[in-house]
Design a protein around this ligand. Structure first.
Ligand code: XMP
Length: 512
């Protein structure tokens, strides 16, 4: 059975990935491609319909992103959302201009119930939608009907049902558009005729079959970090080729407290062919006296690869390298590249000098929450699957100044207390990421009758959906009080605890 799929043509909108997620939730597999994709490429890839995403530009600007107009003549149904709607109007000889009354946030829309897109009985005549636009469609192209309006926007939706072209100014993919999902379902099922039979559960069988086919009798190697992506990738490959997969777990000594042992314990239960390399001392030696954060990242990244390569050599010839690459890493985004704030070294990155027949990347098509679901279905424990993100260079980017074994131990202990207290307060699922960072600052304190001159530890907890921006978590004072009290009592070397109340931007999530 051929996989039915829809294309999300990306114009750099903040919700492009969300649109793709929503269609998958409806059982329709989706892929995101840049707006520059040619009609030939789109045809080749066999999409059954297209959604044009939103985006930050104005269609009448000189360098505004535009797709090829021919995509409207390919006979595929097209739904334009926000910028995508304006672009459809503009390319088909309608007229778009800057609005005197931009609309942001929840906005009531009056819809034409005779319109094909609003046919679902759940969609009422007047319905709440999520708007975010300064431009608006003033004149619809020839052959289109206006199908919705708001107080300030004369064309909140338009359609040419005979050509199967539809456009909405609002964002049906956002939950604040109360019946947005009903509209998307109407588009997918009634208008495009999708069957909606793509299921996460069929993913595992498909993935295992594909790996078997690709790997044949070959051997594979995987760098296991204990993170959810590499763990799920490794288990899928093990299911397909069993013992011919070897996993190398490089413990760089900068993991959280007891984490190395926990990772080893989980995977030995699965009978995974696992080599753990305890390389903590080696990493510390390389990091001796290094203070610059970028330098730390580089050293940890390249040392990781060196250790991994040494292990791989011991194994002799290996045909495939397994990687936990996930869909957000491979999306061809329509947005330009944004400025680099700090390099992100994903320890476990591809060793460029190694020779493999090929890569096995079983998660290339999945979003993070889909990877988690597969992980749970494969029997990985929930605490590993739902784990908060942890940077590849680990505590190396959470210790300000020089890194020493003593500082690593202090930070591991303080961080463990914070994590225990967050979990005990039931906040671990609400907070996106939370951890302790060790400052290089020592200050005077008093414990018992003696003076101390110890380090200050910083607690960081953020709420975010994409880690591009973040809000600091409003943790109840009692939880902070208990954490602070426990840290100064239980962790030798710390006499002061501070809580970071800075948003990103201007701060970043990590302190380095
Ligand atoms: P920042 O500090 O850039 O963090 O606001 C955003 C997210 O990225 C993680 N992070 C890293 N992850 N290697 C990684 O694999 C790195 O070098 C790195 N630096 C930051 C950070 O933990 C947060 O989730």
């Amino acid at each position: 059975m051929d996989l039915e799929k829809i294309l999300i043509l990306d114009f750099g909108g903040q919700y492009s990935k969300l649109i793709a997620r929503r269609t998958r939730e409806c059982g329709v597999f989706s892929e995101i491609l840049s707006y520059t994709s040619s009609p030939e490429r789109i045809m080749e890839k066999g999409y059954k319909a297209i959604i044009l995403s939103g985006g930050p530009a104005s269609v009448y600007e000189a360098n505004a992103p535009q797709c090829d107009k021919a995509i409207f003549d390919m006979g595929l149904p097209v739904l334009g959302i926000c910028y995508g709607a304006q672009l459809m109007a503009n390319l088909l000889d309608g007229y778009v201009e800057k609005s005197g009354s931009p609309e942001y946030g929840s906005t009531m829309v009056q819809v034409d119930k005779k319109a094909a897109l609003f046919a679902s009985p759940n969609v009422e005549d007047v319905t709440a939608t999520w708007m975010s636009h300064t431009d608006y469609i003033k004149t619809v192209p020839y052959g289109f009907n206006i199908t919705a309006k708001t107080e300030n926007c004369p064309v909140a939706a338009m359609e040419n049902n005979s050509r199967k072209l539809y456009a909405v100014q609002f964002h049906p993919e956002v939950t604040n558009s109360i019946h947005g999902m009903d509209m998307l379902k109407t588009f997918l099922f009634d208008i495009c005729g999708f069957k909606g039979n793509w299921k996460m559960s069929s993913f595992i069988d498909d993935a295992v079959a594909k790996i078997k086919e690709k790997a044949g009798n070959g051997k594979a190697l995987c760098a296991l970090s204990g993170g959810v992506d590499s763990s799920v990738a490794a288990l899928l490959v093990q299911k397909a080729i069993g013992d011919r997969l070897t996993c190398v777990f490089v413990d760089h000594g900068l993991l959280r407290k007891n984490e190395g042992d926990e990772v080893e314990a989980v995977f030995s239960k699965f009978g995974l062919n696992l080599i753990r390399v305890n390389a903590g001392e080696r990493f510390l030696a390389k990091l001796k006296d290094v203070e610059d954060p970028e330098q730390k990242r580089k050293i940890i990244g390249s040392e990781f690869i060196a250790v991994f390569e040494e292990e791989a050599k011991k194994l002799g010839s290996v045909d495939y390298l397994v990687q936990g690459t996930i869909y957000p890493d491979v999306i061809e985004s329509g947005a330009g590249s944004s400025a680099m704030i700090k390099s992100h070294h994903n320890v476990g990155g591809l060793p460029e000098t190694m020779d493999f027949k090929g890569l096995i990347e079983p998660l290339r098509e999945l979003f993070k929450d889909e990877v988690r679901k597969v992980g749970l279905d494969l029997g990985l424990p929930e605490n590993l699957v739902m784990r908060q993100p942890f940077p590849g260079p680990g505590l190396g980017v959470r210790i300000i100044g020089k890194i020493t074994a003593e500082k690593v131990a202090i930070l591991q202990d303080a961080d463990a207390v914070f994590r225990e207290e967050i979990a005990a307060a039931g906040l671990d699922r609400e907070i996106s990421q939370y951890f302790a960072a060790l400052t290089d600052m020592r200050s005077v304190g008093v414990m018992g009758d003696s003076r101390t001159y110890y380090y200050t530890v910083g607690l960081r907890a953020v709420i975010t959906s994409d880690f591009m921006t973040a809000e600091w978590a409003r943790i109840p004072h009692e939880v902070l009080a208990k954490t602070s009290n426990r840290i100064v009592n239980e962790v030798h070397g710390i006499n002061r605890v501070v809580y970071d109340i800075t948003t990103k931007p201007p701060a970043t999530v990590e302190w380095l």
